[in-house]
Design a protein around this ligand. Structure first.
Ligand code: ADP
Ligand code: MG
Length: 343
């Protein structure tokens, strides 16, 4: 049987919109230094107002993290732990692992970094897509349970028999936070990172106005809307990012750890906004699994993120804190986004 495969790697485009009409009498802003690199299986765009060495430093941070965290690179720390069932990890991996485990617990397992054997079986890491049968999934799910990961919090990591981990749901968010911190430590006050759709803004645009970050329309190539942000990460997970179709059904790369199947929660896109890249990356994936009600409930008891949700009937919801920062675009311009208020 023929399997149709389609991958859309870029989900979010940043808009650099100029301020209105103030070209005269303003000091010419410093030029942005920009670079495009391919890392962590995606295209990354770096843009920083400052010296060129800041770009090189950022690239080094990202590439070093990729070498430690990759699940497919036989030289990586994570690969070694998956192969051997145990091992010691470096300080960066330890920091991310601690954060990821904390977020697995906070989302009650909707995020589960031990989902990797299931993700691989569906072919999402190799591109050899196939639909596993329920017996195969049941056997794989026996090894999925983040509470059975033993980590001493510093370096010693060991996994239960048959278990393998994957930090792919949080790695880009961690990389963006690390680069932003490095730039801040070096005096940067204006920069924008787009790590394959994971956008992270440092400060404001050079003219002092907010960065405008467009969110992809999950149904097509245009945009859903634009968010104005200062010093925040804007991270989207959607079923349209990586998927395949078979027998008229679409299967995407965000897996519900309860079923081992692509999450069908009624959401088709989740964007999480906050100052912590790891948190936003972890939540964009797991709120997608939880669905609108579960995600809203988690937001209601939290104070460290805001979100934009799109449901499968194309309705848009924004949490209270973004109500004034979100403007719909394109096909969504006609409809008012529903604001979710704190209970
Ligand atoms: P992307 O990396 O495409 O931006 P996400 O941040 O949403 O997307 O992460 C999706 C990746 O995380 C998948 O490719 C898969 O490797 C892994 N993953 C899928 N479902 C889960 C889950 N429930 N918990 C943890 N990781 C997951
Ligand atoms: Mg994520």
């Amino acid at each position: 049987m023929q399997t149709k495969i389609k991958i859309i790697p870029i989900i979010l485009i940043t808009l650099f919109l100029t301020g209105c009409g103030s070209t005269q009498n303003t000091v010419q802003a410093e030029e942005a230094q920009t670079a495009t690199i391919f890392a962590m299986d995606t295209v990354m765009e770096l843009s920083v107002y400052g010296s060129e060495t800041l770009l090189d430093g950022a690239e080094s941070i990202i590439l070093a993290l990729e070498r430690e965290l990759s699940v497919t690179d036989a030289e990586s720390e994570i690969y070694a732990v998956n192969r051997d069932g145990a091992g010691s990890v470096s300080a960066d991996t330890a920091e991310l692992l601690n954060r990821a485990l904390e977020l697995c617990a906070r989302t009650d397992g909707a995020l589960d970094i031990s989902i990797y054997p299931v993700v691989r079986t569906w072919g999402f890491t190799t591109g050899e897509y196939r639909v596993p049968d329920s017996e195969e999934l049941r056997a794989l799910l026996e090894c999925v349970d983040y509470t059975r990961i033993s980590f001493d919090g510093e370096s010693a990591l060991s996994l239960a028999e048959g278990m393998e981990i994957d930090l792919g749901s949080v790695a880009k968010g961690y990389a963006s936070s690390r680069v932003i911190q490095y730039w801040k430590n070096n005096g940067v006050t204006s920069a924008l990172l787009n790590l394959g759709g994971n956008v992270h803004a440092l400060g404001t645009k050079p003219d002092g106005s907010a960065w405008r970050v467009a969110i992809a329309d999950p149904e097509q190539n245009g945009y859903l809307g634009v968010l104005e942000v200062v010093d925040q990460a804007v991270i989207t997970s959607g079923g349209y990012e990586r998927y395949f179709e078979q027998d008229g059904k679409t299967y995407w790369h965000i897996i519900d750890p309860d079923t081992g199947c692509p999450a069908e929660s009624g959401l088709i896109s989740v964007t999480v906004v906050g100052s912590d890249g790891v948190l936003c990356d972890a939540l964009s994936t797991s709120l997608f699994v939880m669905g609108l009600d579960g995600a809203s409930a988690l937001w209601n008891e939290s104070d460290d993120f805001e979100a934009v949700f799109v449901t499968s009937d194309d309705a848009v919801y924004v949490t209270e804190g973004l109500a004034d920062n979100f403007s719909p675009l394109g096909d969504y311009e006609g409809q008012e986004a529903t604001v979710i208020y704190r209970a």
